[in-house]
Design a protein around this ligand. Structure first.
Ligand SMILES: NC(=O)c1ccc[n+]([C@@H]2O[C@H](COP(=O)([O-])OP(=O)(O)OC[C@H]3O[C@@H](n4cnc5c(N)ncnc54)[C@H](OP(=O)(O)O)[C@@H]3O)[C@@H](O)[C@H]2O)c1
Length: 402
C-alpha cells in the first residue's frame, strides 16, 4: 500500500481525496499497489468536514504526517505560505517526496526547495501551481531539452480573465463584476493577488525560470493589474475593435530577457482574445518545435487535483525528471526596453489633465481623458504617473498588441 499525507482539505485537497477514492482500480493498475490518503492536516477545528472523510484521518498536528515512516508522498494543498514551506522542507528532509499546488511557495522558494529535493534524491513537483489543470510544466521541462525557448505568453489567472470576460460581454462595471465573481467562488474576499497581477507574476516567474534555463526572480517581472478598469474603458476599447486580457509575457534574445504582466489590448480574432471566463492559455516558442499552445481549466477542484495526482503517479512510477530542472544560464534583465503604444485613461475629477500626460498622446479618444499614446517605455509612463502623484485607481493603462 502506498500512503499519502495530505496538507490541506480545501478545494484542491477535497479534489485529491475524491479522485483517489473514485480511481482506486486505475491507480492500482498504474502503480501496482493500492493508493491511500492516510492522514489529512487541517487548521480550523470548528470547520465541518465531509462525512465521506473518516474522522480518524483528520489531524491538526503535522508531525503525524512528517514523522510517519509509512507515508511516502506528501501533497501540500494549503493556502498558507510560511508554515507550509517549513513543512515541505521537513518532509523532504525526512526523505518524503513532495507535490504542491501552491504557486506562492514554489515562486518564493523555487531554487531552495528544488536544490533540497535534489540533495535528498526526492521529487519536488508542482504541475498544478501554473495553469491549474493544464499540463504545462512537464511538457515545458521536456521541450527545453532540445529547444531554446524565446517567448512565453499566457493568460494565467482565471479570476481576472473571468472578470474581464463578463465586463466585455455584459457591459458591467468592475465593482459589480468582482462581487459576482466573489459570490460564485471565482474570486477571494481579498482579490488583490489575482486582479493586481501578482498571481500571474508568480506563475510567469516559475514558467520563465524553467523555460529560460536560468533564474528569473519575482521582481524581474514588471506588474500592472486590472483593478482600475471601468465600463467606460470597455466601451472605448470595444469601439477601437479590441478586447483586453491580463497577459504575462517573457521574451529573450541572447542572454537578455524582458518579463511583464499587464493588461493588453488584443484584436478580437487573436488567439488569447478568445480565451474566456476562468480558462487559462499559454503559448511557447522554441527554436525547433516552433509555437506550442496550451489551453484548459486554470483552476477548479477536479482539474487541479488531477494535475496534483499526475505528479504523484510520476513519482510512484519513477518517471519524474530526476535531474535538477533549474538551469545555470546567467540571464540579464532588460525590462527598461519594454515599450509600446498604450491605451491610457485618467480620471482626475475636476482636476486639469497635466500637459506631460497630454504630451504622451498620439490620438485623443476623450478629452477628459482617454488616449492612445505614442510609443513609450513601460517604466517611463509609470515614473511619470508617480511623479504627478496620480494614484493607481485613477488611471487604466493597457498595452496595444499589434
Ligand atoms: N483552488 C484552485 O483551483 C487552485 C488551483 C491551482 C492552485 N491552487 C493552490 O492550491 C492551494 C490550495 O488551494 P485551495 O483552493 O484548495 O485553498 P482553500 O480552499 O482555501 O483550502 C485551504 C486548505 O488549507 C488548510 N490550511 C490553511 N493554512 C493551513 C495551515 N497553516 N496548516 C494546515 N492547513 C492549513 C485549510 O484548513 P481548514 O480547512 O482547516 O481551513 C484548508 O483546508 C493554494 O496554494 C492555491 O493557490 C488552487
Amino acid at each position: 500500500m502506498i500512503n499519502i499525507g495530505l496538507l490541506g482539505l480545501g478545494t484542491v485537497g477535497q479534489g485529491v481525496v475524491e479522485i483517489v477514492n473514485s480511481s482506486q482500480e486505475e491507480l492500482k493498475k498504474l502503480v501496482g499497489e493500492d493508493v491511500n490518503v492516510k492522514k489529512i492536516l487541517v487548521k480550523n477545528k470548528d470547520k465541518e468536514r465531509s462525512e465521506e472523510i473518516p474522522k480518524e484521518k483528520i489531524t491538526y498536528r503535522v508531525e503525524e504526517i512528517l514523522e510517519d515512516k509509512d507515508i511516502m508522498v506528501v501533497i501540500e494543498a494549503t493556502s498558507d505560505v510560511e508554515e507550509s514551506y517549513k513543512n515541505i522542507r521537513k518532509a523532504l528532509e525526512q526523505g518524503k517526496h513532495v507535490v504542491t499546488a501552491n504557486k506562492a511557495i514554489v515562486s518564493k522558494y523555487f531554487e531552495e526547495l528544488s536544490n533540497l529535493a535534489k540533495e535528498k534524491d526526492r521529487a519536488f513537483l508542482y504541475e498544478a501551481s501554473v495553469g491549474g489543470g493544464i499540463p504545462i510544466l512537464k511538457p515545458l521541462k521536456e521541450e527545453i531539452a532540445l529547444n531554446d525557448i524565446s517567448h512565453i505568453q499566457g493568460i494565467l489567472n482565471g479570476t481576472s480573465n473571468y472578470i474581464l470576460t463578463r465586463m466585455f460581454e455584459e457591459g458591467l462595471d468592475y465593482g459589480e463584476t468582482l462581487k459576482i465573481a466573489q459570490d460564485l467562488g471565482y474570486a477571494e474576499a481579498n482579490p488583490s493577488s489575482d486582479v493586481d497581477g501578482y498571481d500571474t507574476q508568480r506563475k510567469l516567474r516559475i514558467l520563465s525560470t524553467i523555460g529560460l534555463k536560468g533564474e528569473v526572480k519575482e521582481n524581474d517581472v514588471l506588474v500592472r493589474g486590472i483593478s482600475s478598469i471601468s465600463s467606460f474603458d470597455v466601451e472605448q476599447i470595444k469601439k477601437l475593435g479590441y478586447t483586453v486580457k491580463l497577459i504575462g509575457e517573457t521574451n529573450i534574445i541572447d542572454e537578455k530577457f524582458t518579463a511583464v504582466v499587464e493588461p493588453v489590448l488584443l484584436r478580437s480574432d487573436s488567439y488569447f482574445a478568445n480565451v474566456n471566463m476562468a480558462f487559462n492559455a499559454i503559448s511557447l516558442e522554441g527554436n525547433n518545435v516552433g509555437e506550442l499552445k496550451f489551453f484548459g481549466a486554470g483552476a477548479g477542484k477536479l482539474p487541479t487535483a488531477n494535475a496534483v495526482l499526475k505528479d504523484v503517479i510520476d513519482i510512484l512510477k519513477g518517471t519524474y525528471r530526476k535531474k535538477n530542472i533549474l538551469g545555470s544560464r546567467k540571464l540579464k534583465n532588460r525590462n527598461e526596453e519594454i515599450k509600446g503604444k498604450y491605451y491610457l485613461r485618467i480620471s482626475l475629477g475636476s482636476g486639469e489633465i497635466p500637459e506631460e500626460i497630454k504630451g504622451l498622446a498620439e490620438k485623443i479618444l476623450d478629452p477628459n481623458f482617454a488616449a492612445i499614446t505614442r510609443e513609450v517605455e513601460f517604466q517611463e509612463v509609470d515614473k511619470l504617473l508617480a511623479n504627478l502623484n496620480i494614484q493607481d485607481e485613477k488611471y487604466f493603462l493597457a498595452r496595444i498588441q499589434d
